[in-house]
Design a protein. Structure first.
Length: 190
């Protein structure tokens, strides 16, 4: 036994001898001391066994829990790219909005996203500073009024358009705001 493990045993033996009545015969004192020592040894052995026992790694436990959890199947369908268009003055109007107006606008987007649910693959983001690049490498500012994008999952084009009915971009915030919807075509072996 290592020195570190002997200390609790020695302490237990000394305690047992002190606890034995002074008038008791030596035999009884020794017996009590042995009993205390055995108890202390058991405790030390148990503690060492607990420390030595392999613990399952947290990662493995999480992985097993994930497998055991019931899975909801992801919605199936085709991917549609939604491209938002608005003139530059509409974007400038949004930039000049108060904090309350911006928060209300953002809330309408969150409400729409919540309504679409798992069918919204990517809420997207606003877009700006578009560049038109030619095959020769010439660049110029884009003449298109693309202001953002989203990606939705739908059974067909009609379904995708139904998902966009309550989209904030089409709520009338600007009369020239429009949306384009393009079906993503899966390429074989890609």
């Amino acid at each position: 036994m290592a020195k570190a493990k002997k200390k609790p045993v020695k302490k237990a033996a000394k305690k047992a001898v002190k606890k034995a009545p002074a008038r008791a015969p030596k035999k009884a004192a020794k017996k009590a001391a042995k009993k205390s020592v055995k108890k202390a040894v058991k405790k030390v052995v148990k503690k060492a066994a607990r420390k030595a026992a392999p613990r399952p790694a947290k990662k493995a436990v999480r992985k097993a829990a994930k497998k055991a959890a019931p899975r909801r199947s992801a919605p199936s369908g085709k991917r549609f790219l939604v491209i938002y268009h608005a003139p530059l003055e509409a974007m400038e109007q949004m930039a000049g909005a108060t904090a309350e107006q911006q928060a209300a606008g953002m809330q309408s987007w969150m409400d729409w996203a919540g309504g679409v649910g798992e069918r919204l693959v990517d809420l997207g983001a606003p877009l700006m500073n578009g560049q038109k690049v030619t095959p020769g490498g010439d660049r110029a500012p884009s003449s298109r009024d693309v202001t953002g994008y989203s990606v939705v999952l739908a059974d067909n084009l009609e379904h995708a358009l139904r998902l966009l009915q309550s989209n904030p971009h089409l709520s009338g915030w600007h009369p020239e705001a429009t949306v384009e919807v393009h079906e993503s075509v899966l390429m074989p072996d890609m």
